[in-house]
Write a protein that binds this ligand. Structure first.
Ligand SMILES: Cc1cc2nc3c(=O)[nH]c(=O)nc-3n(C[C@H](O)[C@H](O)[C@H](O)COP(=O)(O)OP(=O)(O)OC[C@H]3O[C@@H](n4cnc5c(N)ncnc54)[C@H](O)[C@@H]3O)c2cc1C
Ligand code: SF4
Length: 498
């Protein structure tokens, strides 16, 4: 197998949206890319749209190659299990396809040579790669763009209900930019949280499938367990193909970490130690950001989505800058989000309320609040006993203040739309996690330079969500993809210059 590693110009760990965008750009520039992914391809069968299979039975979870991940959060006494679904395409396979650009003001928390002006062309390239449709003309915080989006589709009935309520409150709702191929899309209600059976959602797996050719090889069921170094060079990596068998070692020329915000930081922590060789060691895994997210649901007197159509279509960004001056962070956005199937609502409702919850679920409409949380050194990824990964995360008072502000506004919109008895559910997944190996200008406060190159090591980069220096107040995938394309181009130019 060493021949495949020798064949590759670039070896990439993991196959999420950062890796897929990086590979697309590198291949365009005639580089040979080898991707090592611990999961397998999505199956794209009926079960992928079965709420019970995906949301209750946990299809795609429990990969024996991937370590278990636990989180201490919300000051809870017991650690929560963090859901991992190792798969070709990573989390993007299950994402909602919302593909936002950060706003210009968000880049005040990024290094100066990576401001919005620098990123703008790469956003355009990422939007083209991900086939993004939208209409941001009504967005009060829209950043400058040099390339247009493909037109948004017409809103569904649940989306119209939210849009009308928001407009009558004087707000400016607009279409969520969506990475979907609408010529294939069936506008179903099993999109966010599900793999797309018909491959209409543009996730990292659909991108990689479209790239398959002479310059891309993907090895699945391959977990990269450890990196080895020789002075300032990464020399080889250990790969595990079967859970109870020893790792195999391969030499590598250039390695790119795309194992995700938790996976890439965990791999660095497992493979390094403090010292001059790794001047940014103390930064590995720290400053984890994940957004402060919550769902606000309200009851209606009518079925909110009787035709069970796709409803993640509307976003309200009017409050985005409300706390910028006092905190320096984005208050974020409110988006519509589907109500899960009644079997799922019943399964997760507290005991004693299960029957009532499942009967009422068709009458519920939900809004998702996404606000920016602050980077903190203590919010970090660590290695636990027996190879487990531990995540520690607590919100600041400011984080909760911004989130609660959005929650109040979401309740206001739902009330105007005819909803009552609003209920708030905190989201405790790490689905929007970023910044655990953040980019920066010095190893004292960042893990990598502004091209994602790990400080002190000549041939090791990170290209996924882990290197975003700050999350802004919108969903991260498009920014991860744009940044990965930027790095692919810059690394390519540096090679040519040598
Ligand atoms: C339900 C859900 C809905 C979401 N909706 C949206 C949305 O609408 N819009 C949006 O922008 N974002 C959304 N997100 C977030 C978005 O999906 C992620 O931020 C993004 O996909 C992360 O991409 P990544 O490249 O950082 O890596 P990941 O997606 O984390 O991929 C990492 C890959 O590396 C593999 N891996 C890990 N460790 C190893 C190892 N050691 N060896 C080999 N392989 C390894 C994993 O199996 C995985 O495939 C959503 C997420 C979820 C879960
Ligand atoms: S709404 Fe469209 S893109 Fe989403 S899962 Fe259904 S068919 Fe796929």
């Amino acid at each position: 197998m060493q021949e495949v590693f020798d064949w590759a110009d670039y070896v990439v760990v993991g196959s999420g949206i950062g890796s897929a965008a990086f590979a697309a750009s590198a291949i365009k520039n005639h580089k040979k890319v080898l991707i090592l992914e611990c999961g397998d391809w999505p199956l794209r069968d009926d079960e992928d749209w079965n709420p019970k299979s995906i949301l209750i039975q946990g299809r795609y979870t429990n990969n024996p190659l991937h370590p278990k991940v636990f989180a201490n959060q919300y000051s809870r006494k017991r650690a929560d299990t963090v859901l991992t679904r190792p798969i070709v395409g990573g989390m993007s396979v299950f994402y909602g396809g919302a593909a936002f650009r950060l706003r210009e003001a968000d880049f005040t928390n990024w290094p100066k040579d990576c401001d919005y002006q620098q990123m703008e062309p790469y956003y355009g390239k990422a939007e083209k790669l991900m086939n993004v449709h939208g209409n941001d003309q009504l967005d009060p915080t829209r950043p400058f763009r040099s390339t247009p989006l493909k037109p948004a589709i017409l809103p569904s009935k649940p989306a119209i209900r939210i849009q009308s309520a928001a407009k009558s409150l004087g707000l400016s709702p607009f279409a969520i930019p969506l990475a979907i191929n609408f010529s294939k899309c069936e506008l179903c209600n099993t999109c966010d949280g599900f793999a797309c059976k018909v491959e209409a959602k543009i996730d990292a797996a659909t991108i990689l499938k479209s790239l398959k050719g002479d310059n891309l090889k993907i090895i699945t069921s391959c977990f990269v367990d450890k990196l080895h170094f020789d002075g300032d060079q990464l020399s080889s990596i250990d790969c595990k193909f079967k859970p109870n068998e020893p790792c195999q070692n391969f030499t590598v020329k250039k390695l790119f970490l795309g194992a995700g915000t938790i996976g890439s930081a965990a791999l660095m922590l497992k493979s390094t130690q403090p010292g001059v060789q790794f001047p940014s060691y103390e930064q590995f895994g720290r400053n984890l950001m994940r957004h402060a997210n919550a769902i606000v649901g309200a009851l209606f007197t009518v079925r909110t989505n009787p035709e069970q159509v796709f409803s993640k279509q509307t976003v309200i960004a009017d409050f985005y800058e409300d706390f910028r001056k006092q905190s320096g962070f984005a208050t974020g956005v409110i988006q519509d989000i589907y109500t899960p199937d009644s079997s799922v609502v019943r399964h997760y409702a507290p005991k004693g309320f299960r029957l009532a919850a499942s009967i009422l679920s068709p009458f519920i409409q939900n809004l998702l609040c996404v606000s920016e949380d602050e980077p903190q050194l203590t919010n970090r990824i660590e290695l636990g006993a027996g190879g487990q990964i531990k995540v520690n995360h607590e919100y600041t008072t400011g984080d909760l203040e911004r989130l609660n502000h959005l929650i109040d506004k979401a309740k206001m919109v739902l009330k105007k739309a005819g909803g009552f008895f609003p209920k708030v559910m905190k989201i405790d997944s790490f689905s929007h996690a970023v910044a655990s190996l953040r980019m920066g200008v010095a190893p004292q406060n960042s893990a990598t330079d502004t091209n994602g190159k790990v400080w002190g090591i000549k041939n090791l980069w990170a290209i996924d969500g882990s290197i975003l220096p700050a999350s802004g107040g919108v969903n991260p995938s498009l920014t991860i993809a744009a940044n990965a394309i930027r790095i692919a181009e810059n690394v390519g130019k540096q090679n040519e210059a040598k």
